[in-house]
Design a protein around this ligand. Structure first.
Ligand code: UGA
Length: 437
């Protein structure tokens, strides 16, 4: 099929490449000329495992191309996907400017007698599809189209496998014609397709991300109880996770959830519920617990080091989770900034996130960046693990211990085994675990 994706960010670009991989002809549109030029020159603007290969293979096979022209994309495609940002506003509600603008652009690109399925893939508040349809109709009363909601559930860092083998595909539409088109788009993926009305599909996305955030905050609240009572949160998570109704996934206690989705989507869902007159106070508690995790973690450092001013602290990890270069809304970055604010001398290392942390000025210039984890730890009075990259588990920890000034390890993601750390001679502090001295 001929498909167009408007917006070539994380979601748009990976979706476009995966659609091309299964045989569709895809045209990716972006209004950022620099980004399109980069893509035309064969450069991928983001780090996502497997994406580089996928883009090159499909560009080579002439199934994937890039343009800045919405008109060209709409003319060439039966289905037009919208995958533009929906950033948060200062009050937590969603900024819909980009979606509204794209709706107007599509509207002026639609020609009479040319039926198009307009699919919203961006995360949007419930009732957006109705507004998109009304906008297109207002500016182009003769246009023939259906608006479909098709939320995306991919995770950064494993976006390609998530897209190629999804748990489910949600298609929100009440039009039989659009349903048929969407079934054909997704047939090659051989995944279950849940067809709903537009509003339900839109709500599914916010409800799913908020539920996963709730699961994380739940286990983080339990971790505080474990610390206070002498239990171990990892064992508690294993025990409750073995119940198939609960499941072990997203029960990893740590510094909390970050990234460009969960914090924003929980806030947005709170704002949506408020606006609808049905306050969702449970989610406010989810946010409160998430914010408390970093405070509790920093207290652990202070309890051991007393005063953080002038302390040499190594931080391993800057990205909001492993296998991505994304440092937006990363708790690791917040941690570095809190340490610097207390006067600590921080040396950080991250396998992929250092470049963007500097480029986007997310950490102060006083933070030293090391070339290796060992270099960051050398001379440190404490080592803080903030992101659970595999590279950190594979370190020669005996050498790290020798290089450190004093062997204190604060593990913000429960990556290391406390008994092994103790054996190696570290004073180890995890989350929701007993300190092994
Ligand atoms: C999340 C969802 O998992 C995707 O399904 C969704 O499509 C995406 O948001 C989106 O809305 O676009 P993502 O933000 O890439 O994906 O990252 P996750 O792997 O879900 O992790 C989010 C945060 O939760 C990370 O900071 C991670 O460290 C934290 N987390 C995750 C925990 O603290 N504990 C866990 O057990 C799991």
């Amino acid at each position: 099929m001929d498909l167009c994706i408007i917006g070539s960010g994380y979601v748009g670009l990976v979706t476009g490449a995966c659609f091309a991989e299964v045989g569709h002809h895809v045209i990716c549109v972006d209004n950022d000329q620099r980004k399109v030029d980069m893509l035309l020159a064969g450069k991928i603007p983001i780090y996502e495992p497997g994406l580089d290969e996928l883009v090159h293979r499909n560009v080579g096979a002439k199934r994937l191309r890039f343009t800045t022209s919405t008109q060209e994309g709409v003319d060439a495609s039966q289905v037009v996907f919208i995958a533009v940002p929906t950033p948060p506003q200062p009050d937590g509600s969603v900024d819909m400017t980009f979606i509204e603008k794209v709706a107007r652009e599509i509207s002026s690109a639609l020609k009479p007698g040319q039926y198009r399925v307009i699919v919203d893939k961006s995360t949007v508040p419930v009732n957006t599809g109705e507004r998109v349809a009304a906008t297109i109709r207002r500016y182009n009363p003769a246009a023939e189209f259906d608006v479909v909601s098709n939320p995306e559930f991919l995770r950064e860092g494993c976006a390609v496998p998530d897209l190629m083998k999804p748990d489910r595909i949600v298609v929100g539409t009440s039009s039989a014609r659009a349903t048929d088109v969407m079934q054909r788009v997704y047939a090659p993926f051989k995944a279950p397709v849940l067809v709903t009305d537009v509003n339900s599909a839109e709500l599914i996305k916010h409800a799913a991300n908020s539920f996963l955030s709730l699961k994380i905050s739940y286990i983080n609240a339990v971790s505080a109880i474990c610390e206070a009572s002498g239990a171990d949160v990892e064992l508690v998570a294993d025990g409750i996770g073995m119940d198939r109704r609960i499941g072990r996934q997203f029960l990893n206690a740590g510094l909390g959830y970050g990234g460009s989705c969960f914090p924003k989507d929980v806030k947005a869902f709170i704002a949506i519920a408020d606006e609808l007159g049905v306050p969702f106070t449970l989610l406010k508690e989810v946010e409160r617990i998430n914010a408390t995790q970093l405070d509790r973690f920093l207290k652990k450092l202070r309890d051991s080091l007393w005063v953080l001013r002038e302390k040499k602290i190594a931080v391993w990890g800057l990205t909001f989770k492993p296998d991505t270069d994304d440092v937006r809304n990363s708790l690791a970055i917040d941690l570095v900034n809190r340490l610097v604010a207390e006067g600590a001398h921080v040396t950080a290392y991250d396998p992929k996130g250092m470049e963007k942390a500097i480029e986007w000025k997310l950490i102060p210039s006083s933070v030293k960046l090391a070339k290796t984890p060992l270099e960051a730890a050398t001379g440190a009075e404490a080592l803080v693990l903030a992101t659970e990259w595999k590279e950190f588990v594979n370190q020669d920890l005996a050498a790290v211990k020798v290089a450190m000034h004093t062997p204190l390890v604060f593990d913000g993601r429960n990556l290391f085994d406390p008994a092994t750390m103790k054996q190696l001679g570290f004073q180890y502090y995890g989350i929701g675990r007993q300190a092994a001295k």
